[in-house]
Design a protein around this ligand. Structure first.
Ligand SMILES: [Zn+2]
Length: 317
């Protein structure tokens, strides 16, 4: 098996923007693009668990909430939608909202949704490049203007819109009340280094998001033991036989490929359908120079099997 280039779908949104540089080369003259959605070739396949997207905001997204697994299954869907955000670019003053400032009753929430005052009851936080947020299903949230965000999410796009800032799209306040936790949320995640090159950005029961920061002109081995998605967020090089440039997405499952890093280094986001980082994800390929063979020389760049990476000392990015 090989690592494949992800297919790309560009989705227009009223809150999107025209300038997608440097993440995409397509020029959208007059229709704002809100999302670039990555998928694997065969329309995702029935058993895929995750979706990887780039979000571009020219205006604030709707205030919204997504169902959790239990509610989604009761509605005939396979899964709920928890999502994780990695901020790639932020204009000065850009903000995201995750959870409420204070607990609300259902009646308070309904009234605030109907008159728009819900916006002022959200826990808006400054967002800068490199910030990581976790938005569990059931958390009321919104993304403000002026942001480019890489989003990893469970594979379900069911969204209950609570307030759309005066835009004319349909609202789903009753459904939102049925699934929302009307309380504050603790959402900001601090990255934690696993090795010098590898940082865990966040983990949750549904996915793990990592950042690989690989130095110029080096070669690595990437081993995906389960559904994994990669996105180039800086620099470039090659993954297997495929050129890897900023904005490129890749899909892998039970695959192994060399990463050959170009002269500017490469930064990759890796999202895996696992609740913690995989020990053997990134390793140095076996040394070609056999003049000094060592007994059972370790080729894994990480701690050996049986070591839980969450026990390794962490350093914030
Ligand atoms: Zn959402």
């Amino acid at each position: 098996m090989t690592i494949d280039r992800a297919s790309v779908r560009t989705i227009l949104k009223p809150w999107g923007r025209l300038d997608l540089g440097p993440w995409a080369s397509k020029n959208h003259q007059d229709s704002p693009v809100g999302e670039i959605s990555f998928d694997c070739g065969e329309e995702g396949g029935p058993d895929r668990l995750l979706l990887l997207k780039l979000l571009f905001t020219g205006e604030t997204l709707s205030i919204q909430v997504h169902p959790d697994d239990a509610i989604a299954k009761s509605m005939g869907m396979k899964s709920g939608k928890s999502e994780g955000w990695y901020v790639l670019a932020a204009e000065d003053g850009a903000q995201v909202a995750v959870g409420l400032k204070r607990p609300l009753t259902q009646l308070e929430f309904r009234n605030a949704a109907l008159d728009g005052s819900i916006d002022g009851l959200l826990d808006w936080q400054d967002a800068a490049a490199g910030d990581v947020f976790y938005v569990p299903a059931g958390t009321v949230h919104a993304i403000g203007a002026g942001l480019v965000i890489a989003e990893i999410q469970q594979r379900n796009d069911t969204t209950f819109r609570i307030w759309d800032h005066g835009r004319s799209r349909e609202l789903h306040i009753d459904q939102a009340i049925a699934v929302a936790r009307l309380e504050p949320a603790s959402s900001r995640k601090l990255p934690r280094h696993i090795t010098v090159e590898r940082a865990e950005l966040m983990s949750c029961p549904f996915f793990t998001l990592e950042r690989l920061d690989l130095p110029a002109d080096t070669v690595w081995e990437l081993t995906a033991s389960r559904e994994s998605w990669a996105l180039v967020v800086a620099g470039g090089g090659a993954i297997g036989s495929l050129t890897a440039r900023i904005g490129d997405g890749f899909f892998a499952e039970a695959d192994r490929a060399d990463i050959r890093v170009g002269p500017d280094g490469i930064v990759l986001l890796i999202a895996t359908a696992a609740s913690s980082p995989a020990i053997g994800l990134l390793s140095k390929p076996p040394a070609k120079d056999l003049s000094k063979p060592g007994p059972a020389e370790a080729t894994s760049y990480l701690a050996g099997p049986g070591v839980d990476p969450s026990r390794l000392p962490g350093v914030s990015l």
